[in-house]
Write a protein that binds this ligand. Structure first.
Ligand code: CP3
Length: 394
């Protein structure tokens, strides 16, 4: 269903080049716009669905499609820490491509982490196996804000290099860039690590609005820069993971978070596109969070083109909660993949059917692939989604 196999790198980047070559050369010279790739992305089912255009079939990719569910991922990560692996263009490229060798997914997602830009500006953050991001000195006072300086492209050269290498390898298949959303990043910084209820974060949000807005403003600046760097290097869509924002109610979301998220999305859209070199039109912007059923309308209002939905709200209900003019993404419960195949099949069909009520639907899980997932099930699911959703008229 998807474009041909990406087997090598472009040999050169000539002005006006219209085709890709398949010879691998170690030292790839890259340009900022790749005309042929741009043209192909216009017809990628993933991009079409994000733009609510007719699709030949429902496109599919999976959050955490790269990662511990794949034995080849565990192998290349042996002896390399998570965050170190995110600073090595060769590893980023390899890990990003691994799931595409197994699954006929319609997009790749850059292998990185939401805390990568924080570490790049000097925050002492590490990812501890089985725990998640841990921040040695949490950010809790206005003096602490000084540690959150602006992010420059030179802080993350490995991201630029990896994105360019990937675009060259992907043969027109879209690469999704991403960043963490303001509440989720603030939570790791304020709590100092993963948190169940985000109490300290919410205490700051309720108790010291000026410090809260100053913190989210700085995080938004870092996020805008991190996303623009990925788009400038060739990412053809972006996803903002505000994974834990479901911890707040709609009124607080509107006043404490939405203004910052809106600024991020507008800086990435056509309206802010002047600074995004290489982006012909604004790239599709996807906005995802977990447990955000009550926030879906506002998450769309914040300026996303595509609103991500976890498994707690059926997609046809999500359609009613999101304003017209938005596509939806996701929402099979990742735990369903641990059940027998006939259950997976039935649930996937249900998601597809309800997804047909949306103006555009990108099939995905309602959160990341669980490490114990059998890759063979994901391969089979990918083919099922494509086969079941073929539009005869397309
Ligand atoms: O989706 C993909 O395939 C791209 C890769 C990706 C990673 N992190 C790699 C990763 C993405 C999109 C993220 C985003 C991310 N990181 C989020 C938002 C998405 C979500 O899951 O809600 C969050 C909250 C984080 C923070 C984070 N990083 C957590 C909670 C963990 C898990 C800790 C653990 O060990 O269980 C990480 C580590 C991490 N990021 C792993 C991967 C593949 C696992 C670490 C490893 O393999 O050693």
């Amino acid at each position: 269903m998807a474009a041909g196999r990406f087997v090598g790198s472009r040999t050169a980047c000539l002005e006006g080049a219209t085709d890709l070559c398949y010879e691998t050369i170690p030292d790839v010279q890259l340009c900022e716009t790749i005309p042929d790739v741009t043209v192909r992305q216009e017809t990628s089912p993933f991009i079409q669905a994000c733009r609510r255009e007719p699709v030949p079939y429902t496109p599919v990719w999976y959050m955490r499609q790269a990662g511990r569910s794949l034995p080849e991922y565990r192998k290349v990560r042996e002896g390399v820490s998570m965050l170190d692996s995110c600073t090595r263009p060769d590893l980023i490229t390899e890990i990003t491509l691994q799931p595409l060798r197994r699954y006929d997914v319609d997009a790749a997602i850059l292998f990185s982490d939401i805390v990568v830009p924080l570490r790049a500006v000097g925050i002492d953050v590490d990812i501890k196996a089985g725990i998640g991001p841990v921040v040695a000195t949490p950010v809790r006072t206005s003096a602490d804000l000084g540690r959150l300086r602006a992010l420059e492209p030179g802080d993350v050269p490995y991201v630029t290099e990896a994105v360019r290498m990937l675009v060259a390898e992907l043969n027109g298949r879209p690469l999704i860039g991403f960043a963490g959303g303001p509440f989720t990043l603030a939570s790791y910084l304020v709590e100092g690590g993963p948190s169940k209820n985000h109490d300290k974060t919410k205490a700051l949000m309720y108790g010291n609005p000026s410090l809260w807005h100053a913190l989210l403003g700085r995080l938004a600046d870092i996020t805008i820069s991190f996303l623009q760097i990925q788009v400038a290097a060739g990412a053809s869509a972006i996803q903002l993971f505000d994974s834990w924002v479901g911890a707040v109610g709609p009124d607080d979301y509107r006043h404490a978070i939405l203004p910052h998220t809106s600024r991020i999305f507008s800086a990435l859209g056509e309206e802010g596109g002047g600074e995004v070199r290489g982006a012909i039109r604004g790239v599709p912007r996807i906005h995802f969070g977990v447990g955000t059923g009550e926030l879906l309308g506002l998450m769309g209002e914040a300026g996303a083109d595509v609103v991500g939905v976890d498994w707690r709200i059926p997609l046809d209900e999500a359609v009613r909660r999101v304003e017209p003019g938005k596509a939806l993404q996701d929402n099979l419960d990742p735990a369903v993949l641990l059940a027998p195949w006939d259950v997976v099949e039935e649930r996937a069909r249900d998601v597809l059917g309800r997804g047909r009520t949306a103006e555009g639907h990108v099939f995905n899980l309602g959160h990341g692939v669980l490490p114990e997932t059998d890759p063979a099930v994901l391969a089979r699911l990918t083919d099922l989604v494509h086969a079941e959703s073929v539009r005869p008229e397309a």
